[in-house]
Write a protein that binds this ligand. Sequence first.
Ligand SMILES: *Cc1c(COP(=O)(O)O)cnc(C)c1O
Length: 361
Amino acid sequence: MSKYPELIIDLKKLKSNIRQVKNKCMEEGVEIVGIIKGSSGFFEVAKAFDEEGVSYIGSSRVEQLEPLVGKVKAPLMMIRIPMLSEVSDVVRVTDISLNSEIEVLKALNEEAKKQDKVHKVILMKDLGDLREGFWSEDDIIEASLLVENDLSNLYLSGIGTNLGCYGAITPTEEKLNELVSVAEKIEDKIGRKLDIISGGATTSLPRIFEKNMPERINNLRVGEGILLAKDLKDLWGYDMSYMYQDVFKLRCEVIEVKNKPTHPVGEIFVDAFGNKPTYEDRGIRRRALLAIGKVDYAFTDDLILNEDGAFIVGSSSDHTIVDVEDAKRDIKVGDVLEFDLCYSTMVYITNSPNIKKVFID
Ligand SMILES: *Cc1c(COP(=O)(O)O)cnc(C)c1O
């Protein structure tokens, strides 16, 4: 088996990132769910979260949580609304799940009864991002009462919301106060305090940094902000210099280096993916061909090449073309070029069976 392409995952840097975010959140009375789906659920990543003492480990896929049963201390959280067809796995594998459908809650309750368990649930409130969650306040209150009073094998841990995913809605102090107000209405009706008010994901971390997280929000589900720590810097302008942005490094081998025209020669029709691209003619330039392609990372534009003077020209399924005309280094066949990842390329690369994964610590 070849050595490349390889993905280096630095668990020391990852653990440092986990500690930084966890400590900042702890100061504000917020516990962390370590979300592993961004790295396709790597066991080692889950272990790192566990060793740093996060309160829960969560994923959108039961399949990523299953290998962790009995291997980690943290309770496991299913963060995508369960499919009706997977409730038995959700109850068997996870301790707690996010929910938004009465029918699913009833099925989870029946299944928990069968497995002689009490399954915990967080009910999701949609505050405008328009992905999952109860839309009307009355509906989430009614569902809370149902869980609390009638579904004896479920325990209502609390409520939560998701923002900044589909609708790109910012988790402002105001938005999160809306969630707290719904929680307090539920508490009035059920006559007790909820354990968890889960105020979102990485995009809610600015409320921690700015110390304006509403008092009662006590849980965040964080993936990207720990694994990559890029978005809060690149998109929101926060100083993230105390975090490592290079937990993941992709290394690819050069298989051809030649001087070629920059404009294709002949009649241009469509490329490998049926697109009709345009090409800038920059004359003859030196380019390196890499043994990695779109099947591994899907989005060429999202790759971040770490090679002075070189830049990515394009790609097809299994090849990536890099312009090395002005590269500082004399790049030859057999050399290795390195890339940083962003969320989209991380998701694909970690999930690609072609990539060798190397964990260092
Ligand atoms: C993906 C996801 C998260 C984590 O998102 P990040 O941006 O990686 O922090 C949290 N909650 C839910 C419901 C999710 O689907």
